[in-house]
Design a protein around this ligand. Structure first.
Ligand code: DGT
Ligand code: CA
Ligand code: CA
Ligand code: ZN
Length: 590
């Protein structure tokens, strides 16, 4: 970390301590430390740290010097993590409201019992905040406006929505004559299920026209920052985007840095340090000697592993003795350690898919007919398409009765026999798992279908043990092939129901039942965090778009992201298998 970054951390610590009502001298010590760092030269700081004499600087004591050393070397501080965890999260959130500092927040807490934003909103609306000493009507109004603004703009966005906004911008950037390279970075590139903001990294020979083009994009509501080499904008949806422009020789470093994640970056920097190197968004240079990486590169004091020779991320990883780590795996889990030992297997790609199983038609709540859905699957080049309309208990989704399911079965038989499409259609059902774990259709009917997906669509509020037993019972049913959307979550809208995921995975493995990776961008369920371990233990996956219209088939792209984050390879995902193998597998489950 640079001295300015460290100073910011010290200021943050002071704020958190003040928020906790800690001793004012302690608070001031951190504030003074931050000011002292701001006054000092980076080279002087490096020297003092190297000599271990930082505490000789006015305003920096023994304890502070130790913390600064830790931050400088590792970019992280255990003390800060602990401190953050000890403060009520609602109070920390209140700090983001303009006009609210630690003193005011403490007053709100002590006098009005306000500890989070919903309570603060109520207190403002009831006029109680205006009556407090040092607040008044104006402040109250400003706080309310700040909360509303935060609600509109502070939220995260679905990966899918963010990707749709990013795609034309990235294409536009690449088409500019001044642009040599352009990529989107950040959580979007890592394929995270939700995205805070977009990050674009561009290598350009001329900067100003690129910035001018970026801030003039359709849908830009506001330019929130504009500097010499960067700009930030806010789109109508509230999504923000950061653009950074770098010289071409820095592109790989900037792309890696701004792809993150932050945890991954911290660990990469530690690995570099252990090899006597300093890694940053600007380059990779020898760690010893004076100056930051940026300064060293600026003054061309380049070491043998200088920035100039590294042109790409694979080369950057190789320079640290690592095999290439796909962006989706850079979450700071154990990927760096593993990349030091071996290559990662080739992760699943969109082109590996040959079909999907959980799709709806106009027979239940879908928007396109069986023939329209099949034509769309054929256009995607899929060998097979599974139709799984809702079952009779899902009344609101126009679930099929036994009679109507029988008709659909016949329709599918006729369609396949007609050879009208190259895509084979499997007849299935998304059969409700009733609250007691039994299925919505009789076994005799289920046996006539090619396959059965079982899902929960009711009684979401069951306790964990009941819900877990319910899912396990459905998995044990002899006709079940797949479990649909395991947790029932809707990202940014609704938490999943309470369920013991480990027990459900165990049951699925034991009974050779597939757990789907529901690729609907709102769901991405089962969560990517469970896949790697489960698949290693033999769990089979199916990437299912849960399409309710022809456009919905394209959701598999979001599913591929999640599958890659879960480190799945094609073999572990049944929907990459050829038709004959899928048919054989479905039959052995009978
Ligand atoms: P988001 O936008 O909240 O979904 O998540 P990210 O990962 O896109 O985060 P963002 O946009 O704040 O920053 C992009 C990347 O830049 C981040 O993944 C890692 C890097 N980065 C940002 N701030 C820091 C930092 O304080 N330390 C380190 N080591 N890296 C950072
Ligand atoms: Ca971001
Ligand atoms: Ca950002
Ligand atoms: Zn469903």
């Amino acid at each position: 970390m640079t001295k300015n970054e460290i100073a910011d951390v010290l200021t943050e610590i002071a704020t958190l301590l003040e928020l906790k009502g800690e001793n004012v001298f302690k608070v001031r010590a951190y504030q003074a430390g931050a000011r002292a760092l701001e006054a000092i030269e980076q080279t002087a700081l490096n020297l003092l740290l190297a000599e271990g004499t930082l505490q000789s600087v006015k305003g920096i004591g023994e304890a502070l010097a130790q913390k600064i050393g830790e931050l400088h070397a590792t970019g992280a501080l255990i003390f800060l993590e602990k401190l953050k965890a000890s403060v009520e999260p609602g109070l920390v959130e209140m700090l983001q409201i303009p006009g609210l500092g630690p003193k005011k927040i403490r007053a709100l807490q002590e006098k009005l019992g306000v500890v989070d934003l919903p309570a603060l909103t109520r207190a403002c609306e009831e006029g109680r905040v205006a009556q407090l000493d040092g607040f008044g009507e104006k402040t109250q109004e400003k706080i309310l406006a700040g909360i509303k603004n935060r609600e509109a703009y502070g939220k995260r966005h679905l990966w899918w929505d963010a990707a749709e906004i990013a795609a034309p911008i990235l294409a536009g950037l690449r088409a500019l004559p001044q642009v040599k390279k352009a990529e989107s970075a950040g959580s979007l590139r890592r394929g995270l299920e939700t995205v805070g903001d977009l990050d674009f990294i561009v290598a350009a020979i001329e900067i100003a026209p690129v910035v001018a083009w970026f801030v003039a994009q359709a849908g830009v509501k506001e330019i929130t920052a504009q500097g010499e080499t960067k700009a930030s904008v806010r789109f109508l949806s509230g999504l923000q985007a950061d653009l950074r422009i770098v010289p071409e020789e820095q592109f790989a470093f900037a792309l890696h840095h701004f792809t993150g994640s932050k945890d991954h970056n911290v660990q990469m920097r530690q690995r570099a340090l252990a090899r006597g190197l300093s890694l940053s968004e600007w380059g990779l240079v020898a760690a010893e000697g004076e100056g930051t990486a940026k300064e060293k590169i600026a003054t061309m004091k380049l070491g043998p592993s200088a920035a100039g020779s590294i042109q790409s991320e694979p080369e950057l990883f190789a320079a640290l003795g690592l095999s290439f780590i796909a962006p989706e795996l850079r979450e700071g889990l154990d990927e760096i350690e593993r990349a030091g030992c071996a290559e990662f297997p080739r992760l699943i790609e969109i082109g590996d898919l040959r079909g999907a199983f959980h799709n709806h038609t106009t027979a239940s709540d879908g928007g396109h007919t069986l023939a329209e859905m099949t034509a769309a699957a054929e256009a995607l080049g899929w060998e097979y398409l599974g139709i799984a309309d809702h079952s009779k208990s899902s009344v609101q989704a126009r679930g099929l009765s036994e009679h109507r399911l029988g008709q659909q079965l016949e329709d599918i038989r006729v369609l396949n026999a007609s050879n009208r499409f190259k895509t084979h259609v499997f007849s299935g059902t998304e059969c409700d798992i009733l609250p007691d774990g039994t299925l919505d259709f009789e076994e005799a009917l289920l046996r006539q279908l090619d396959y059965v997906v079982v899902s929960v669509h009711s009684a979401f509020s069951q306790d964990e043990a009941t819900m877990t037993a319910r899912l396990v019972k459905a998995i044990e049913h002899p006709c079940t092939h797949m479990l649909g959307h395991l947790s029932g979550r809707l990202l940014l809208r609704r938490e999943g129901y309470r369920v013991d995921v480990a027990k459900v995975i165990d049951a699925a493995i034991a009974h050779r039942v597939i757990i789907e990776l529901n690729a609907n961008p709102w769901r991405l369920d089962m969560d990517w965090r469970h896949w790697r371990k489960a698949a290693e233990r033999g769990l089979l996956c199916a990437i299912n778009p849960d399409a309710h219209d022809i456009g919905g088939l394209g959701y598999v792209r979001a599913g591929i992201n999640a599958a890659r984050k879960g480190e799945l390879v094609a073999e572990q995902v049944m929907t990459t298998w050829p038709l004959a193998r899928v048919q054989a597998w479905l039959r052995t489950r009978r």
